[in-house]
Design a binder for this molecule. Structure first.
Ligand code: HEM
Length: 405
């Protein structure tokens, strides 16, 4: 944990008692609405300093306006993504690729990886995605009239799609779900153990695909070249780990927040069930209203940004859940309108680091909602239970027990 004293260069009047980690609505709360709680920052100044706004307790500047976030995220020379977050937890120093690289290195890897998750590739994956969603939902509905959506559907679904992407069967699904949970939600020791296990698995898979190539992601990576040379082992790790972590909690919590919303809003639930053609547009609105990712950048030099004296080394937060509730960008931002058009949300970020997996994520979410609504009748939150929400770098929901008895 680092000290969260406010640095001397931050004017006291720019400090605000707000944090995606420590504010009350960000704690694990029954029936909480962390997105609405965050939206209140728009009543205040467009940029402020939060003294404790990362998992390890660092202070960050907080950019609230969507327009300012877009400007900042484009300026990668001043606002760097280089942090080695995953590796530093292991006492090492290598980047997640391409997430923690800045241009020009970022562009080299991004162009290499773009085709792997292009709309065309995602279309080819779609039958497998649908088949997984159907299998999980059928299993749930065959055995009960209620379930914990996060445990029984959302998380295993997201992990299973990652396994398909790697060219692996679901044989070890439970093991991978366990690794993912420990890595993303375990305590310090569990998290580090899971990180080491995942690295060992990626190394092993890379070695196997070098010996016996297959038609899959890892074979592509071990055979790929950047700048005319093969990838180094650490680069392969940086790509493999990122693809594992990037698509788990993000997709699972999006499905969780969407189904929680529909459980509480039976009219919208019925609308999508009777007119499934509306699901694509509705999913965009739910991505906007329930955005989950806070992006962090590090200043590479001193700069005054919209009146804030940012100094080299300062952390800056561009939280998608804040930008996507900006009243200057969206009419009635706290109203969820499943037919909202012209929805320029930034749930998948903006600029060079725009989510590489957004096409896949969108299809996963829409397919899961379509299949759930066509198979599960009128559902609600089970009486006597309350979903628990929490804040952080990725907002989450747990214990979402739905009932359709
Ligand atoms: C609803 C689901 C998802 C959301 C909301 C989401 C959101 C984001 C955001 C906000 C970023 C930018 C992070 C930053 O710049 O600091 C990002 C980057 C990234 N995402 Fe996603 N993501 C989702 C699903 C996925 C999936 C399914 C995959 C892969 C299979 C994926 C792979 C990536 C990668 C590789 C990057 C780094 C891109 C780069 O640095 O150029 N994401 N995502």
């Amino acid at each position: 944990m680092v000290s969260n004293a406010v640095p001397d260069h931050v004017p006291p009047e720019m400090v605000r008692d707000f944090s995606l980690f420590t504010s009350p609505a960000m704690q694990r709360t029954k029936n909480g609405d962390p997105h609405l709680a965050v939206a209140c920052v728009h009543d205040g100044p467009p940029i402020f300093y939060s003294p404790c706004n990362t998992r390890d307790g660092r202070g960050t500047w907080v950019i609230t306006r969507a327009q300012d976030q877009r400007r900042l995220l484009q300026d990668t020379a001043t606002f760097s993504s280089h942090r080695s977050l995953f590796a530093s937890a292991l006492g090492e120093n290598w980047p997640l690729i391409p997430l923690e690289l800045d241009p020009p290195a970022h562009g080299l890897f991004r162009s290499l990886l773009n085709p792997l998750l292009s709309p065309k590739r995602v279309m080819a994956l779609e039958p497998a995605v649908r088949e997984r969603a159907v299998a999980l939902i059928d299993m749930i509905s065959a055995s009960s009239t209620s379930c914990d959506v996060m445990k029984d559907l959302a998380f295993p679904f997201a992990v299973s799609i990652f396994l398909r992407f790697l060219g692996l069967s679901d044989g070890r699904l439970d093991t991978f779900v366990g690794w993912g949970k420990d890595l993303l939600h375990g305590d310090g020791i569990k998290r580090i153990a899971a990180a080491r296990t995942i690295l060992a698995f990626i190394d092993e898979l890379a070695a196997m695909r070098r010996k016996v190539p297959a038609d899959d992601f890892m074979t592509f990576v071990v055979q790929a070249k950047v700048d005319g040379r093969p990838l180094r082992d650490q680069e392969i790790r940086g790509i493999g780990v990122l693809l594992f972590v990037a698509g788990l909690d993000t997709v699972a919590t999006a499905i969780g927040f969407d189904l929680a919303y529909l459980a509480r809003n039976p009219k919208d639930q019925e609308l999508l069930r009777s007119e499934p053609g509306r699901t694509v547009l509705a999913a965009e609105e739910l991505l906007r209203a329930y955005s989950t990712v806070q992006m962090i950048r590090v200043a590479t030099k001193d700069i005054d940004f919209e009146g804030a004296p940012i100094r080299k080394g300062d952390y800056i937060s561009c939280a998608t859940m804040i930008a996507n509730r900006d009243p200057a960008e969206f009419e009635c931002p706290n109203t969820i309108d499943l037919a909202r058009e012209d929805n320029r949300h930034t749930a998948f970020a903006y600029g060079p680091h725009r989510c590489l997996g957004s096409h896949l994520a969108r299809r996963e979410i829409v397919i899961c909602l379509e299949e759930w609504l066509s198979r599960i009748p009128d559902f609600r939150i089970k009486e006597g239970t309350a979903p628990i929400t929490y804040g952080g770098h990725v907002f989450g929901i747990e214990n979402l027990i739905l009932d359709w008895s």
